[in-house]
Design a protein around this ligand. Structure first.
Ligand code: HEM
Length: 540
């Protein structure tokens, strides 16, 4: 039995691309040995069986068989872009983070996403959009993992699996909520009424953006910022798109879903290719850190609440420009791992119970999604600043650490800057004056979390007549897909607690009796909302 090369050697052919894994002049195995035929497997005779000894065949098929990794459990469909954040340098009184200092330019990677659809779903589905930004700062990675809606469905992370199970495709048919029965989604949100404010935004045109370039972004939770003197403030992050906020009409979103399911990712990539670089301003609403975490009656630890900009104007801190498309979708957009706990000195979390659960969830899911504990070494996840974590080994370890003493205290590896600081008696600077936490262990929520309707109403009444009509049509259409009359009725009763006319209009469209009138508090009549334009300490 002989095997002869069927093809001339590839040796000497110039590669089209170069880079890691593409740096040989000719085709090789993963071990760097030249491959002279990648078109035919080795067989016992031209028409005979394939031989197990064909290593190139086995290696090529083995690698292909494992190309797919699990998609994200939520936010599976995304589009990314590289860019730069330029600080305005006016945050000195607010925050000591280096990337906010005057003149700082920081590399960023942004991933926009839908929440519920799978990786192959359409871009223009009615859904919340993720807006996650990785800042590769001099002091380590800062991730701002936000959405395009400033409020969330739930107030406690322990409800997240329930929410996602209710919103994902039906477990028996795997038919997405957006195209079939909506029973589980409406069942959940009409029973778990903290979701009503988020759902109101979802039924508005905000949930069908015209372009990813035309969306606002929100950090949603309240964070803390601390300045050089150790003084802290509470903040909410905002991204404001230079192009303004624009949406599709519902009919356009449906047509685009059929004609071009990649509508948003194509628009983003083409705009960047054409030099029409999208821009956003990063800003913060600032609240005093007086120990109450309440501002004008709004509980800042409740992620179902936003603070109207009339009460706390957004103060711009810098500008982000996205000017480079990913070089490789999988290596960058798919493998990027955001985490709300990736923070830099000067920025810290609050006690928002949703945020606290997120801090656990992202690391946990990424351990599975990215195959072990070393995913911070994947190029898109690696900080630009030096790393010295004393972590060792594990799947997909790419570092070759030097030294013999990855532990502390040690007296052997004195070369490491942190260690030498410790050895010389110098302590690294303390990050923050931390608030004291104490209390009886409970499984309950504060009374201030119990208002589930006024913020939905606040948003609804801020809309124009056309936008309100769209909201009514969206509720009527989406609830119309719910096959269970009792669930529809229950959701209409929730709407009656938000706006009587809206509830009646939706009830009529669904052929349901008009809901009983409910006495509503008017959020606009609140004295807090009449105070406009409070300025907090950002330099002029
Ligand atoms: C992914 C935002 C709440 C669990 C994401 C992503 C965004 C996001 C933007 C996509 C990140 C990417 O592009 O890779 C938010 C916001 C929330 C929220 C704004 C609330 C304000 C939660 C909660 C949990 C959670 C409460 C769980 C307790 C996850 C998980 C992923 C994810 C598991 C997938 C991460 C990965 O596989 O890399 N979230 N999320 N999220 N979120 Fe959230």
């Amino acid at each position: 039995m002989t095997s002869e090369p069927q093809q001339p050697s590839t040796h000497g052919q110039k590669p089209v691309l170069s880079g890691p894994g593409q740096d040989s002049e000719f085709l090789t195995t993963t071990q760097g040995a030249e491959v002279n035929d990648t078109d035919h497997s080795l067989k016992a005779g031209e028409r005979g069986p394939t031989l197990l000894q064909d290593h190139h065949l086995r290696e090529k098929i083995m690698h292909f068989d494992h190309e797919r990794i699990p998609e994200r459990v939520v936010h599976a469909r995304g589009a990314g872009a590289h860019g730069t954040f330029t600080s305005y340098g006016n945050a000195g009184k607010l925050c000591r983070a280096d990337f906010l200092k005057p003149g700082r330019q920081t590399r960023v990677f942004v991933r926009f996403s839908t929440v519920v659809g799978s990786r192959g779903s359409m871009d223009t589905a009615r859904d919340t959009r993720g807006f996650a930004t990785k800042f590769y700062t001099n002091e380590g990675i800062f991730d701002l993992v936000g959405n395009n809606i400033p409020v969330f469905f739930i107030q406690d992370g322990i409800k997240f699996p329930d929410l996602v199970h209710a919103a994902k495709p039906h477990p028996d048919t795997e038919i997405p909520q957006a195209q079939s029965a909506h029973d589980t989604f409406w069942d959940f949100v009409s029973l778990h009424t903290p979701a009503q404010a988020h759902v109101m935004w979802q039924m508005s045109d905000r949930a069908i953006p015209r372009s990813l370039r035309m969306m606002e972004g929100f950090g949603v939770h309240t964070f803390r910022m601390v300045n050089e003197e150790g003084a802290s403030s509470l903040v909410k992050f905002h991204w404001k798109p230079k192009l303004g906020v624009h949406s599709l009409a519902w009919e356009e979103s449906q047509l685009a879903a059929g004609a071009d399911p990649d509508f948003h990712r194509r628009d983003l990539a083409e705009a960047i290719d054409a030099g029409a670089y999208p821009e956003w301003e990063l800003g913060v609403q600032i609240f005093p850190d007086d120990g109450t975490a309440v501002f004008e009656g709004i509980d800042l630890l409740d992620p179902t609440k936003f603070v109207p900009e009339e009460l706390a104007p957004v103060q711009p801190l810098g500008k982000m420009v996205l000017d480079r498309n990913p070089e490789n979708y999988f290596a960058q957009t798919e493998q990027v791992a955001f985490h709300p706990g990736h923070l830099v000195p000067g920025i810290d979390i609050s006690d928002d119970p949703l945020l606290q659960a997120r801090l656990f969830s992202y690391l946990d899911t990424q351990l599975t999604r990215l195959g072990g504990p070393n995913f911070a070494q994947i190029p898109i996840n690696s900080p630009d600043s030096p790393v010295n974590d004393m972590f060792r080994d594990g799947f997909h370890q790419h570092r070759v650490p030097k030294g013999i003493a990855p532990y502390k205290p040690n007296s052997l590896d004195g070369g490491c800057p942190y260690m030498s600081q410790v050895l010389s008696g110098q302590q690294p600077p303390l990050d923050f004056p931390q608030p004291v936490a104490s209390g009886k262990k409970v499984r309950s929520e504060p009374a201030s979390f119990s208002d589930h309707y006024s913020q939905a109403r606040l948003f609804y009444i801020s809309l124009s007549a056309v936008e309100r009509a769209h909201v009514q049509q969206a509720y009527s259409f989406e609830l119309g897909k719910c096959t269970d009359t009792a669930i529809r009725q229950r959701q209409v009763e929730c709407l009656a607690k938000i706006d009587t006319q809206l509830a009646s209009g939706v009830a009529q469209a669904l052929g349901l009796p008009a809901p009983a009138a409910v006495q509503l508090d008017d959020p606009v009549a609140s004295p807090a909302l009449s105070q406009i334009g409070k300025a907090w300490p950002v330099d002029g």
